[in-house]
Every structure is written in structure tokens, then in C-alpha cells.
Design a protein around this ligand. Sequence first.
Ligand SMILES: [Zn+2]
Length: 377
Amino acid sequence: MIKLYYEEPYLKETEATITAIEGNRVFFDKSIFYPEGGGQPGDIGTFGIYRIIDTQKAGEESAHIFNDTEGLKVGQKGVLKLDWEHRYAFMKRHSAQHLLSSVFFKTLGTGTLAVHLGDEYVTIELDRKDIEEKELLRVEGIANFLVRQSLKIEQKDLLRSEAEALHMRRSIKVSDEVVKVVFIACQDAVACGGVHLSNTNEIGEISFYDVEHIRGHVRTIWLIDSQAEKMRRENLSIVKELSTLLSAPREEIIDALKARLDEADGLKHSMRTLYSSMARKEALLISDDYSIHFTDLPLDEFRSVLSSENKRRDVLILRDGEKKEFLYIGDEGHFTELKKILSLKGGGRNGIYQGSFLEDCKAIAALAKGVIDGFKG
Ligand SMILES: [Zn+2]
């Protein structure tokens, strides 16, 4: 198969003849469809009215994955057409990755261990445990400068010995006698079988996004061209919305948000104090043994009042709300029986038991009344 994607990486369509069909995998005499490899996904597009949903390596051939091959036959001629938007976006991301890896190597002496080109991000895993943000911003600045310098990108077929003599930043991963080497002017040379742009000025914006730690290494995350533009627009819209919500100009958003959070913390604290005091008052009113009570308040205060000096016997408090909770003060044997009959979840010791239940609060109370009455002996 003639690999037109290497000879003419900008060719968007070509006539081709089917040489074999294996299920939904179709083979051609020549192709502009790049098969998945080196972190770059397989091309997608069409063959006449048929859709090609992926392209995979198959030895020296490319398997074009069709969604349907009904009616196709060997020897059939037609037009292979790339989803150019998809391919071009990945040529940009792939070329940007070469450029970034070269800057990491030349500027920081840091090698690239692995790369991934995704629909959202490009990731570059580095042979370092950690990296400072100022180093990443420096790499970002230099990479964008090199984009603006319009450096020529070329892929050349070199003899293995010629390629090895270049002492490239990354070892040659293939065992072939002829090696494809990608040059970015005099900035970088690396063995790579992917498809690339012909000039760095086509890459567009390169934007540092985030950093993760994985397998003892640092993985840097980048946004390229439309990905960077999309993120910039989304960030702008978030800032605008925050500014409106907080009634604060852009530069005061952080302070305004901190003030609101402090205020919310203060209110939460006051609410807790108020709830505790209300719960304490309610708890002090409970004077009967063998009784059932309802509350909307947190149960902690009930626990401390009911389990202290006025320790009551066989008192069940039910808290209704989003989460249904109970508190039981009494004999352990009684609790075990109650728990079983009412299907309560939870436990405790020394006469204090707490947990949750799923049934309706009133239904639980009605059931509990009969059981607790039975404890009176
Ligand atoms: Zn490459």
C-alpha cells in the first residue's frame, strides 16, 4: 500500500482501489488515512457513501474500519476522503507535542517518557518527579515564541546509521533500516512515524493547563489551538458570571469570594450554636422512661443531656428529615430487640445507641411503641 499520508500529508482526498475486505476492515492500494500510532488516533472519513470510523495498522498495510461494508467488493474504485478537521487538529496537537518536548529537553534538560493526544488535551509525561509552575510557564513562553518564528517541520527517511549519528533526544523505537526522522528546523530532530504540519506557525496557541503526578513522574497537560481558545472563552465566561454573582469587578472576585465564605462559616457556626441550645432545651423536657420523641434538631445534644446525670431508660428519639436518624438510651438487650424489629442501622455501647432508619418516621414510632411498652415489665 502506498502511504500517501507520508508523501502528501495535506492531501484531503484521493482515488483508491480496494485490495481486500476482511469483515469491516477494508484495505486499499494506496491511502491518505493515517493508522493509529505514536499517541495519534487513526483517521476517520468516507469512501464514497461509506463511513470510515477508524484506521488501524495491520503489518505494512492499513485496515480502514468501515461501519458497514455491504455492497463493497475487491477491485472497486472510489474516492477516499478524510475528515480533514479531525486530522488537521491532530497534526497540530502532534506537532505541538514535538515542539514542547524539544523545549523541555533544550531548556530544562528534561526528557519525555510518554505522550497522549486527546480530544481535549495533549499530555506529556516527563522523566521528573516534580516541576515548578514557573518552569512550565517558561516552556510555554518559548514554545509560543517558536510557533511565531514559523520554523519549518520536515519528515525525512534516513538510514539507521545516519539517524543514530544525530544523537537525538529520544532513542529510536523501531528496528527498521530506514528511519523516519522529524526535524523542526534546527530546534529538534526525533524519530517518529506520525503525520505532522509543515510549519510551526500552523500550530496556533499553546497553553499550559495543569500538572498531575503519575507513576512517580510528572504529567503536564496542554491545550492546543482550538482547545486553548475554547478554554480561554470558558474561563472568561466563568469570571464574568462570578463577577455578576458577587457584584465585584474582576480583580476583586477572589477577595469578595473569600469574604462570602468567611460570612457563610460564621453563619454556620451561629446556626450550630443555636441548634445545640434548642436541642438542649428539648432534651431537658424529656422526663419519662419508656417514651418516644420526635425532633428536627441534631441528636448530639440529646445524647449528652439524656446520658448524663438524669440518665433515662428506654427513651427513643427520632429525627425526621433528609436523613432519618435515631438515638436510643437504654438497655443493650432492649436495643438489640428494637434494632431487629424496626430494621435500624447503627449501634453503640454503655446504654447509648445511635444510627439511621429508612422507614417512615411515624410508622417506626407506632411499631416502637408496642415494643417499648413491652419492656416496662
Ligand atoms: Zn511525530
